[in-house]
Ligand binder design. Structure first.
Ligand code: ATP
Length: 300
């Protein structure tokens, strides 16, 4: 078998890693030390085509390489049907983001399996797997490049008209056109700095262009102003439409709109149901919801 980093799509590896590393020293550290550990199979299994977008975690146990005595996921099982919208909720450290990391195959579990459309992700080409997964991170990375390039990263062969259409669907067209050189304006560290809501809409445009069957959404915790919030939410609703979506949820509206809420604690699923069902149960979710959603949304 072949070591993935350095051999397969170096740029996508780096950008994926940057996305993960953004803003988290802990993760930056792990990027430097362990990211090249996964191996691509010598004869990868093709993922079924067309993609359905079914996800399946079966009795997964996983510990991070730096913490061999401590499992981030333990007995984690979850099936997500094509097109289903599942909200992951749980206390900090429950393992929600770790679920994304295993799907994206930044790491492999020590026991159990992670399947995408029925294929164990360890048996597939990691590039194929990641092509089917669209990640919208909490604080998306803006590359040091112009807006065309920033969005086109989602699909390098897209025409200008397609890039603009994606920006429009993501409510990013107006603010991008208003930049000094429009879409040709240099963004990122040494260019025009975007607001949090603008960065999110840029990332949504990227994902719309890419059109993946599965969306992994890490919902922002930081508050945006009401207008920006409304536009981000509307853009996300369009993006999620017709796709399997796994959301690390922080907002009441998100859990209310989910087909199913999956409550995690200490690396496993402890409750599952709708908002109403889970509140009525009076368990962990009910306690979290009372703490988390009251203030954030001014409702419930
Ligand atoms: P939060 O809501 O705070 O983001 P979470 O439910 O997403 O939490 P994870 O980020 O999945 O939780 O983390 C699960 C556990 O694994 C935590 O205890 C965390 O400290 C640990 N962890 C996460 N990333 C790493 C890493 N790269 N190396 C070592 N431990 C890690």
């Amino acid at each position: 078998s072949v070591v993935v980093a350095g051999s397969v799509g170096a740029i996508s590896e780096v950008i994926g890693d940057l996305q993960r590393a953004a803003g988290a020293t802990e993760r930056l550290f792990s990027l430097l030390s362990v990211e090249s550990e996964i191996r691509a199979p010598a004869a990868p299994k093709p993922l079924p085509s067309p993609a359905a977008g079914a996800l399946s975690f079966d009795n997964v146990r996983f510990h991070y390489p730096s913490r061999p005595d401590w499992a981030a996921l333990e007995g984690f099982s979850l099936d997500v049907r094509p097109g289903e919208r599942v909200a992951l909720v749980g206390p900090s450290g429950a393992g929600k983001s770790t679920v994304f990391q295993l799907l994206l195959r930044y790491y492999d579990p020590q026991a159990g399996s992670v399947r995408l459309d029925g294929v164990d992700v360890r048996d597939a080409d990691p590039v194929d797997v990641r092509r089917r997964l669209g990640l919208v991170a909490q604080d998306p990375v803006v590359f040091s490049a112009n807006a065309w390039e920033n969005i086109r990263y989602g699909r390098p062969d897209a025409s200008d008209a397609e890039v603009r259409a994606a920006a429009e669907a993501a409510h990013a067209l107006d603010f991008l056109d208003a930049l000094p050189e429009g879409f040709g304006t240099f963004l990122g560290e040494k260019g025009v700095r975007l607001s949090g809501g603008q960065r999110q809409r840029l990332a949504i445009a990227r994902a719309i262009l890419r059109d993946p069957p599965v969306l992994l959404l890490d919902e922002a915790t930081s508050a945006l102003d009401a207008e920006s919030e409304r536009m981000v939410q509307d853009a996300l609703d369009r993006l999620m439409h017709g796709r399997t979506t796994l959301i690390v949820a922080h907002r009441l509206a998100t859990v209310l709109n989910a087909d199913r809420i999956v409550v995690m604690d200490k690396g496993r699923v402890v409750e599952t149901g709708t908002h109403g069902e889970l509140v009525a149960q009076g368990g962990l979710y009910a306690r979290l919801a009372a703490l988390q959603f009251d203030r954030a949304d001014g409702v419930a």
